[in-house]
Design a protein around this ligand. Structure first.
Ligand SMILES: Nc1ncnc2c1ncn2[C@@H]1O[C@H](COP(=O)(O)OP(=O)(O)OP(=O)(O)O)[C@@H](O)[C@H]1O
Ligand SMILES: O=P(O)(O)OC[C@H]1O[C@H](OP(=O)(O)OP(=O)(O)O)[C@H](O)[C@@H]1O
Length: 200
């Protein structure tokens, strides 16, 4: 038995869509049932459903062998895991955004303070960071910050709030991560699973 940690949000929907589009049907039925259960078992694979930032925590500890998580979460936090491969879904990017004509970038609101800190350090810009948990686009509109660092996918949230992108920081994709020990001790089961999801 191997254990795979997934999320229940956007990335999960993208994973299901990816499997549907590629005719990878083995897990779809079990993963898409109407239930509040936080795990499901299909043959020799147990899937658990966690919050995105908790997926690497389960994988690092070894209670999950594999995980599917956005690279934004790996960029923001330090985890002792194997970063196995990029997956072909979940594409978006980190950007610096602000109101048009913004000249000062002294305060930055973000959920991703480590990503933002690194970015402005590399630019040799001294900024103060304001941590928010969501709806980050509000901060420059209300004068809480000069700019934001946030995820942009369609650009719709920025547009609808009158903000523009000033600089792209990095691309984001879904990634397959693995526990450093069980990736080798459960090699056969993991290989079978990776075949089923079209990764090898
Ligand atoms: N527009 C977007 N906003 C945020 N994350 C996005 C976006 N597009 C793709 N992603 C990717 O999806 C991941 C978030 O999806 P995930 O399934 O973990 O949670 P969620 O959609 O935020 O749901 P919840 O946290 O409510 O369970 C991010 O880590 C990122 O890699
Ligand atoms: O470019 P778009 O396609 O509009 O996507 C980007 C938006 O989606 C995310 O927010 P989310 O919906 O997760 O809500 P949050 O503000 O509560 O984090 C992200 O933080 C942006 O606000």
């Amino acid at each position: 038995m191997i254990t795979v940690a997934l999320t229940k949000g956007r990335l999960f929907k993208d994973f299901i869509k990816y499997m549907e589009e590629n005719g990878l049907n083995d897990y779809i039925g079990a993963l898409t049932g109407e239930t509040r259960s936080l795990y499901t078992v299909v043959d020799d694979v147990k899937f658990i459903f966690a919050k995105g930032p908790d997926v690497p925590t389960y994988v690092e500890s070894g209670v999950a062998d594999l995980g599917i998580v956005g690279s934004d979460i790996i960029a923001e936090n330090e985890f002792n895991i194997l970063n196995v491969s990029q997956l072909p879904f979940g594409d978006c990017h980190f950007s610096v955004a602000a109101l048009p004509g913004q000249e000062a970038f002294g305060t930055i609101a973000t959920k991703y303070t480590n990503v933002a800190f690194e970015h402005f350090k590399n630019r040799k810009m001294d900024v103060s960071l304001v941590h928010l948990n969501g709806s980050v686009e509000l901060a420059p509109l209300l004068g809480l910050s000069d700019a934001i660092v946030d995820i942009v996918q369609t650009g719709g949230t920025l547009r609808d709030n009158g903000l523009i992108e000033y600089e792209k920081i990095m691309d984001i994709h879904a990634r397959l991560i693995a526990n450093k020990r069980t990736f080798y001790t459960k090699e056969d089961g993991i290989y079978e699973f990776l075949k089923e999801i079209g990764v090898v």
